[in-house]
Design a protein. Structure first.
Length: 409
């Protein structure tokens, strides 16, 4: 009995030892697989599969090289994508830069085109103080060459009444100038220098420009000759009453291009390089540019300048009507009186009529009508549409000279 118990005791001890050995073998094998998988950078399952299939496993170094090649390929792919994005961004930047460069070139070309036609005008006035002492007072303005033989357009308030006028051209040469004529109703004047082959500016129509278009102002602000400023057309069709003794300045171009004292008479130039207006005044509490400047439209300027060159004065056309507030439902110019013997009377226009169209252009108020009249000349035949008693009537009349300029010699 004691022998059986001894045998069982030895058997149990041997079994325990075997089990412990198996556990150690399993743990050791698992640890070995884990270590190999880490070294070879593969999962334990992939390592076991590779061993079972009998495939030749790559050496750790070779596996690392293969991984490196793959990673390098991925890196190259990522770098390529990044470069593509950078290239696209650079292309866009280049495109934007090219557009800005083109814009700069266009502006510079316009400046080079117009500046030889812009002049500085020095004026001298004789003034008398309260003690009777007479002394000279100087001023400065700008002008634009209108013809190759020396006619120059400027403002009436620059040149009219001056005792002495001197013009400095783009190249610095100076010429004495003579006043040909000035019209205070439109603030347009023409002076003349004795010169040949001068660079005359090109003029365009205000009808061909829009609010928001880029414009350039050139002149001599504070005597600084050939100063260029840039802005946009802020508005068209502005009207300003400067004096009760003259017609209001009508159909003005408003711009935010800087205009200061000395810019008066200089050109406002479109992006096509054409003069579309003559700078005339600013609205500013300080007396310097506040971004609200005005120019006389070229259509008015050219017409008045041609009249001055031909007749020595402006000859403003006239209808012979008096205008007032339109309280009717019809949009147009309400006639409060018709002067006997003048074109409106001869054409059959009557008190109470409403002028809705003038020379093919719709007019909404008296100032718009005046703006259209200033584009025309004495003797021109004009079609006029009126509204009377529920119907529209087409009439024709011939313009005569206004009493405002008729008696000016």
């Amino acid at each position: 009995m004691n022998e059986d118990n001894g045998f069982k005791s030895y058997f149990l001890k041997g079994a325990v030892i075997v089990i412990v050995a198996i556990v150690f073998l399993v743990i050791g094998g698992a640890a070995t697989i884990g270590i190999l998988s880490v070294v070879n950078k593969v999962t334990p399952s992939d390592l076991i599969k590779g061993s079972i299939s009998g495939e030749e496993q790559p050496e750790p170094g070779n596996l690392e090289e293969e991984r490196s090649d793959g990673e390098e390929e991925n890196d190259r792919s990522m770098i390529s994508e990044e470069n593509k994005v950078l290239d696209d961004e650079e292309e866009n930047k280049s495109s934007d830069g090219l557009l800005l460069g083109d814009f700069n070139n266009e502006i510079s070309e316009i400046v080079e085109m117009i500046t030889p036609s812009v002049v500085n005008i020095s004026v001298t006035f004789r003034v008398q103080d309260i003690f009777g002492q007479v002394y000279e007072q100087g001023g400065v303005g700008s002008g634009v060459i209108y013809t190759e033989d020396g006619y120059i357009i400027t403002n009436s308030h620059v040149a009219a009444g001056a005792d002495k006028l001197s013009v400095t051209l783009y190249d610095g040469s100076e010429y004495p100038a003579t006043l040909i004529g000035a019209d205070e109703n439109t603030d347009v004047a023409v002076i003349k220098i004795e010169g040949d082959n001068l660079k005359a500016a090109s003029f365009g129509s205000i009808d061909n420009v829009r609010v928001g278009d880029v414009v350039i102002a050139v002149g001599s602000p504070f005597g600084l000759q050939q100063t260029v400023t840039m802005g946009v057309i802020s508005a068209k069709g502005r009207d300003i009453q400067v004096s009760q003794e003259t017609l209001p300045l009508v159909n003005l171009i408003q711009t935010d291009a800087a205009i200061n004292s000395g810019n008066s008479g200089g050109p406002l130039v479109s992006s096509k390089g054409r003069v579309i207006g003559i700078n005339t005044l600013i609205v500013s509490p300080s007396g310097t540019s506040a971004g609200i400047g005005f120019a006389i439209p070229s259509d008015t300027v050219v017409n008045i300048a041609e009249q001055i060159i031909k007749y020595g004065k402006a000859r403003i056309p006239y209808l012979g009507i008096e205008m007032g507030d339109n309280k009717t439902e019809i949009q147009g110019v309400y006639i409060t009186d018709v002067l006997k013997g003048y074109p409106a009377d001869k054409a059959g226009i009557k008190k109470g009529d409403v002028i809705t169209e003038f020379n093919g252009v719709k007019v909404k108020n008296p100032l718009e009508l005046i703006a259209q009249i200033l584009r025309l000349n004495v003797g021109d035949s004009v079609n006029v549409k009126i509204y009377r008693d529920g119907q529209y009537i087409d009439l024709k009349l011939e313009l005569v000279e206004s009493p405002l300029t008729e008696n000016i010699k």
